[in-house]
Design a protein around this ligand. Structure first.
Ligand code: SF4
Length: 279
């Protein structure tokens, strides 16, 4: 067994929160640059230029990329040869979130759904655990903005609706969302599992790098087909028109009940802030 102390987890999580909120990941920056080169509309080009300038300012000043520093979401892979010392893993991740959002002066957005009273420290984080072979602990963090999350949907399609039904639902969702999720967006799609699981794998799809290609050629082709169809909507960067409504579409497909076709569409804004650490 390998022992990992909660203190190291707290520090690693706090560091990720600050870094992700102030340094735009290289894959997202590259996607902005590519989109700017391909756009012909002056307004679209200018928005993308401003997004790149915003990223430079954040990196230089350590001010957050966006005023909405999101709800902290984590996907955690716990090796079966890992032993946590000094406390509980969930508590350590929440403590790291508290530390990162506090020391980084990141906006705390967690609140009670009824009273709307802010919890004051950015917690509780949303944490998904998975147990894997090995002696490592991998923690992936995402700052999930409210504007784009509000545009997300889960639905249960009839199995007979198939790929055409899925495609139509996703395209309609992006069209109805319009400028609200701060495009250009990344669309995470979960197909299969159950109602709840589809939403989880849609979120997990957003953790993939923008420059990766799905290992299954059929799913990779479906992602490309949807990206092309959505970008024909013409919503464009920040809704001002253009070819770049989405930077990418990322899909996870898993088996489901034979009577069901669960589909989740998780919309992520251009401020795609994610980081990961392996301890
Ligand atoms: S949706 Fe994203 S870019 Fe828009 S305000 Fe929220 S976090 Fe910021």
């Amino acid at each position: 067994m390998r022992t990992i102390h909660t203190k190291d987890i707290v520090d690693a999580v706090a560091g990720m929160c600050v870094k992700a909120n102030t340094e735009l990941p290289d894959d997202v920056r590259a996607a902005f640059e590519k989109a700017m080169a391909e756009e012909t509309s002056p307004a679209a080009k200018e928005v993308l230029r401003q997004l790149l300038e915003n990223a430079d300012i954040s990196a230089d000043t350590k001010l957050p990329l966006c005023q909405d520093c999101g709800l902290a979401v984590y996907f955690v892979e716990v090796g079966d040869e890992v032993q946590i010392e000094g406390g509980n893993l969930r508590d350590a991740i929440n403590e790291g979130t508290r530390k990162g959002y506090g020391e980084g002066f990141l906006r705390k957005s967690a609140c009670d759904p009824f009273s709307r009273q802010n919890t004051g420290d950015g917690t509780p984080a949303i944490i998904h655990f998975d147990f894997v072979p090995g002696d490592k602990l991998k923690i992936v963090y995402m700052a999930k903005g409210g504007g784009s999350e509000n545009m997300s949907r889960v639905t249960m399609l009839a199995p007979a609706q198939g790929w055409e039904g899925i495609k139509q639902f996703v395209i309609n969702r992006v069209a109805e969302a319009g400028p609200n999720p701060c495009p250009p967006t990344i669309i995470g799609i979960g197909i299969g599992g159950t109602f709840d699981h589809a939403a989880k794998i849609a979120k997990k799809s957003l953790m993939r790098r923008l420059d990766d290609t799905h290992p299954d050629p059929d799913i990779a082709a479906k992602e490309a087909e949807l990206k092309e169809a959505i970008n024909k909507l013409g919503i464009g960067p920040m809704g001002l028109g253009g070819k770049t409504t989405v930077l990418d579409v990322k899909m996870t497909v898993e088996p489901c009940h034979l009577a069901s076709l669960p589909l989740a569409v998780n919309v992520q804004c251009h401020s795609q802030r994610h980081e990961e650490v392996e301890l």
